[in-house]
Write a protein that binds this ligand. Structure first.
Ligand SMILES: [Ca+2]
Ligand SMILES: [Ca+2]
Length: 218
C-alpha cells in the first residue's frame, strides 16, 4: 500500500499486536462519533483533553466491509504518532473520539464520513465512507499550548528545543508509562516531531515554531 499523500490520522508501530486481530463489521452511526472502550487500565490517568500532546497508534478500517485502509502496525516506517488533540491535526471524528483517554487505553471509534474523509474520500477511502479506527494511546502530556511544557523540555533555557532535549522529554514520558524503548524508536518519533514543527529546518524548535497553536480556540 502506498501513501502518496498525507492522510490525517495515520500512525504506526510499537505494538506486538498484529493488524488482523481486529476485524469487524461496524454498524452505521447517524452522523455521530461512536466510541467503544476496548481496554481501560485500572489506573486511568492522565486523561486526554483538547490541546494535549498525545502519542497514539491506530489502524483504520472501512465500516462497510471491515477492510483495512491503513495498518500502521505493519508499516515498516511506522511508529506511534504524536499529535495535538482537538486542533484538526487528525480527522474531526478522532479529535472528538479521543477525548478523555489515558495511556494504555484502547478504543474503537466509528466515524461518519462527514467527520472523516467526507464526500470526496481520500486515497483508499471511497466517498461518503464511514470509517472505523482502532486506537491505542501510549502517552498523554501537556500540549504545545502549554509553555510550561516547553520550559520543561528546554533544559538549557535558551528558548529553543534541540533534538537531544526533546528526546530526553520523550524518554521520561515513556519511562513514566513503564515502556522504555530503544534509540531507533525515539529517533523515528524525533524525525516526525521535527518534520512537523521545525518549519525553518534549522534543527531546533523555537518558541514560535512550538507555539503555533496559540491562536487556536481550544
Ligand atoms: Ca534548549
Ligand atoms: Ca527551527
Amino acid at each position: 500500500m502506498t501513501h502518496g499523500h498525507r492522510r490525517p490520522g495515520i500512525n504506526t508501530g510499537g505494538s506486538h499486536l498484529s493488524c488482523s486481530y481486529w476485524l469487524h463489521r461496524a454498524s452505521e452511526p447517524d452522523g455521530e462519533v461512536k466510541i467503544e472502550v476496548l481496554f481501560k487500565p485500572e489506573e486511568c490517568t492522565p486523561k486526554s483533553k483538547r490541546g494535549d500532546l498525545i502519542n497514539v497508534h491506530y489502524d483504520g478500517f472501512l465500516a462497510k466491509d471491515g477492510s483495512q485502509f491503513y495498518c500502521s502496525r505493519s508499516d515498516k516506517t511506522g511508529h506511534p504518532q504524536w499529535f495535538v488533540l482537538g486542533v484538526g491535526q487528525v480527522i474531526k471524528g478522532l479529535d472528538i473520539g479521543m477525548i478523555d483517554m489515558c495511556p494504555g487505553e484502547k478504543r474503537k471509534i466509528t466515524v461518519p464520513s462527514e467527520l472523516a474523509f467526507g464526500v470526496h474520500g481520500k486515497g483508499p477511502v471511497p466517498p461518503n465512507a464511514t470509517v472505523v479506527f482502532e486506537v491505542e494511546v501510549y502517552s498523554v502530556s501537556r500540549g504545545p499550548r502549554s509553555m510550561e511544557a516547553f520550559g520543561d523540555m528546554d533544559l538549557d533555557k535558551d528558548k529553543s528545543l534541540t533534538k537531544a532535549e526533546v528526546k530526553e522529554y520523550l524518554k521520561l514520558e515513556y519511562e513514566k508509562g513503564g515502556k522504555p524503548r530503544d534509540d531507533p524508536f525515539y529517533e523515528k518519533i524525533m524525525a516526525d516531531i521535527f518534520r512537523k514543527s521545525d518549519h525553518d529546518k534549522d534543527g531546533v524548535i523555537s518558541v514560535k515554531e512550538y507555539n503555533i497553536y496559540q491562536h487556536d480556540e481550544l
